[in-house]
Ligand binder design. Sequence first.
Ligand code: ATP
Ligand code: MG
Length: 495
Amino acid sequence: MGKDSQAKKSVKQPEQAAPPVSTQSFAGATTVPRSEHAISRKQLSPSALKVLYRLKDNGFEAYLVGGCIRDLLLGLEPKDFDVVTNATPEQVKRCFNNCRLIGRRFRLAHVMFGREIIEVATFRGHHDAPEDDPKEEETPKELAKKTSRASGEGQLLRDNVYGSIEEDAERRDFTVNALYYSINDFSIHDFAGGLKDIDKGIIDLIGDPETRYREDPVRMLRAIRFATKLRMTIAPRTETPMYELAHLLRNIPPARLFDESLKLFLAGKAEDNFQMLREFGLFRYFFPVVDQVLTGNDQDKEEILVRQMFQNTDERINSGKSVSPAFILAALMWYPLEAHANELAIEGGLHPYDAFQIASNDILQKMIKTVAIPKRFSAIMREIWQFQHRLTKTQGRRPVQLAENPRFRAAYDFLILRAEAEGGELTQLAEFWTEFQKSDEAKEAAIRASKARHRPVVPGEKTNAPAATDGPNKKGPYKKRRRRPKPKNTDTQSS
Ligand code: ATP
Ligand code: MG
């Protein structure tokens, strides 16, 4: 029987495999044997198990690590399953047909199983450690990648020094994330006291917090995200330096901050995360444009709109509904946009429509300096914003025409938010649209809008319908036939 089929057999009948005789242990780590923890292979992703067994069968060490083990111990469903191994990325690639190498800062292997991706990382080592002897298989190019680089502020720009499991554990962020589940004997190795912290409900960095934040300031955002997600408390020593070091977020590439913002706002804890980001003074480095209009007074429209939007977002996510990042961002940036448009209209003497267009460009342009909003989202944001003016047209056939637009629903939801924040005339306008949607002609228009959203775009067809989906990296079935020249002063970020 080949190694492959052995692995498959083990995956199919995981709990029947004979348990190994002895449990491996590491100096400095607490090891919990299979008999003393509750994680069963039935709870693990079959794809992750395949990866672990394949690596093991090829003579490598392989572990599940990080969030998946932490979450399973807490009775939560893991978001993803991360594997770590002593195989180099190139060696991992050779074990799988369905594998590609990615990343510069961290070089990683992605093993693909349909839509599921199992991320396989090689044990990271210390940066000041002497380099190991070159391994036979490594080409000079590979060796060149086996380096780390730090900025003047102690931030790691590249982190490809490979090491042992012990070193790998020290390079992880929080104690609760340094738990390793071994495929050899199904034991859990705890290198940093993570099991105790899980029991106590504490998020604590491994090592000296200031150094760890300087190496990677995103760890401040991660501390907040895990504290809210896991309902844990950030340890005082891990919390204190955040106030002082919040400014280090300035050094994070906008594309990474965009990714982090989605993680913070799309996981059902957006409101709590938003509050904590502000408490620690992090929000202003994240969304400076938005922070400038937030007054701190709960009764102000700027505060109400953002808080309400995050509450709605959390409610939708927690009841299994989808949310659009474009909607969240459009809401966050609405009042900065409105303030800037008013300024341009009054001080610059511009027509309100022109002022609004220019202000939209300006605000997006400012925004992408810290958070790189991909164009597929900013295009929708613009539509939602512009629609707010169109919704004031309530006479004749206009309502029906507007209701046919695929962006109508998002624009209406946004109007409701604004009405909640401001009251007055907006409440009447919102009521008009709420009532209007109950009419037969509006229902028919909604059906037409829905059909337009789901109809594939025919090349060359003239349509006002924006892309129906705004999921990540969704490319339409057809290439654009012609690229229009880019207007100046527009957001030019791509994903
Ligand atoms: P979740 O997937 O639920 O967001 P996670 O802990 O699995 O949480 P990932 O971003 O998937 O988070 O990362 C997997 C593991 O990689 C983490 O548990 C941690 O051990 C390590 N890790 C991730 N980001 C960092 C970082 N910035 N610094 C140090 N270690 C990190
Ligand atoms: Mg994870």
